[in-house]
Design a binder for this molecule. Structure first.
Ligand code: HEC
Ligand code: HEC
Length: 370
């Protein structure tokens, strides 16, 4: 009986402890489930924030965003004044005529020119002075009114704007100089003066002329330049390099780069540095200084190729009367620096530049009368 009781209490105890065990197991389970849920929530959240970062702009687009929202320090490039604002109607008409001649020079002075037929090679001033001489780093006229008259080493004399305009008529347009009093010359100069009217005397606004281009460490190479030409220029300037005329032959759709209707060897573009800078920041048509297509090497090499083709010659014996003033890339001797014509034409330019600077220093250090 006692045993029975004992047994009973024993089984009771057993029951109790089994119950306890199940209870504990359950608790553990609940705890485990809780932990799992907590982890699950944690991972879910973590994942969520991952997808969130994926939705954020990538590094590249962030740069773009930065550019548009934070706007970099404003660069004050020159912009042309508006002709519309001219009050004096006579003056306005003259300036508009000047702009028209710059843009469509061939209509007035080309093969069928209405003012003087065959006075030029048929090119327009605007072919090289883009957007009628108003494009930033497109050889614009912003600093002409403010810096002329000025001494120019090429002629060894002080030149006024008329002389400078005629320089381009005789060299870039391989044509005849205009009479200073001619209505067309008056109009051109009025327009150029108007463009520069807000520029202080002696100042050169930002974006004038051409943008600088670093020298290559080697000589520039016409063979490599031909590859560039065939890939990136030939579609407009043609395999002959002679450009493309309109059907009625009054103007070039695409101006010539060499041949009988191109600029002559006394022109500004015949200097490799001018050509390379013009092309780097303006060609193929449509590019600008903020959005270029050619590498520096391509720009220099295509200059070497184009400027080694045949073109009209100008008698330039009187140019650079002081030979020490000849630019590093002037391709005609004699020179003061000991380099050859070929070296001056194709480079490498760095050693020539260095030598020219040394010569300049020593000539300014030695008193003239010793
Ligand atoms: C084939 C290209 C070409 C054509 C066409 C051309 N020019 Fe030029 N012009 C140049 C170059 C290059 C320079 C700069 C030369 C230099 O600095 O060595 C220049 C310089 C000038 C300048 C001086 C600019 C300054 O800031 O000093 C004036 C003015 C000018 N040209 C007017 C004209 C006019 C007007 C015409 C049309 C009758 C014309 N050009 C046609 C290439 C051309
Ligand atoms: C899509 C057509 C097109 C392509 C491609 C093109 N150009 Fe031009 N280029 C023009 C036009 C048009 C002008 C005249 C611009 C004007 O009058 O506004 C011009 C003007 C020029 C001029 C000054 C005027 C002259 O005839 O001397 C030079 C130099 C020049 N281009 C060189 C090049 C070079 C080098 C390449 C190749 C890297 C090239 N261009 C590619 C259309 C083109």
């Amino acid at each position: 009986m006692n045993d029975q009781l004992k047994n009973n209490t024993n089984s009771d105890d057993l029951n109790k402890s089994a119950f306890k065990l199940i209870y504990q197991l359950l608790l553990l389970n609940v705890l485990l489930i809780l932990i799992i849920i907590v982890f699950a929530i944690y991972f879910l959240l973590a994942n969520n924030s991952n997808t969130n970062t994926e939705n954020l702009p990538s590094v590249e687009s962030a740069v773009v965003l930065n550019n548009t929202t934070e706007s970099k320090p404003v660069e004050n490039f020159w912009t042309a004044p508006s002709i519309e604002e001219i009050k004096d109607t006579e003056q306005k008409k003259l300036i508009e005529y000047g702009k028209e001649i710059i843009a469509h020079t061939s209509v007035y002075f080309g093969a069928k020119g209405t003012v003087n037929a065959n006075a030029t090679n048929g090119m327009n001033c605007q072919n090289c002075h883009l957007d009628a001489g108003t494009k930033v780093f497109g050889n614009n006229y912003s600093a002409v009114a403010s810096t002329y008259p000025k001494f120019r080493a090429r002629s060894g004399s002080t030149e006024n704007i008329y002389k400078r305009v005629n320089d381009c008529f005789e060299r870039s347009l391989n044509g005849k100089a205009l009479d200073t009093s001619a209505k067309e010359m008056q109009a051109i100069v009025a327009y150029i003066n108007f463009l520069g009217k807000d520029v202080a005397k002696g100042e050169k606004p930002k974006g004038v002329g051409f943008k600088d281009l670093a020298f290559l460490d080697r000589a520039i190479d016409p063979t490599k330049g031909k590859v560039v030409y065939d890939q990136k220029c030939v579609s407009c300037h043609q395999t002959t390099g002679e450009g493309l005329l309109t059907e009625d032959k009054t103007a070039f759709v695409y101006p010539p780069l060499w041949g009988k209707n191109s600029y002559n060897d006394g022109a500004g573009l015949y200097r490799m540095s001018n050509f390379a800078k013009y092309v780097k920041y303006n060609m193929p048509l449509g590019v600008n200084h903020e959005n270029t297509q050619l590498s520096d090497e391509e720009a220099w090499d295509v200059a070497a190729f184009v400027n080694s083709q045949s073109r009209p010659k100008k008698n330039i014996k009187k140019d650079w009367p002081n030979i020490a003033e000849k630019p590093f890339d002037h391709p005609f001797g004699p020179y003061a620096d000991g380099f050859t014509e070929k070296e001056h034409k194709y480079g490498p330019y760095k050693p020539i530049k260095t030598k020219l600077e040394q010569l300049k220093k020593s000539s300014t250090q030695t008193p003239k009368n010793t």
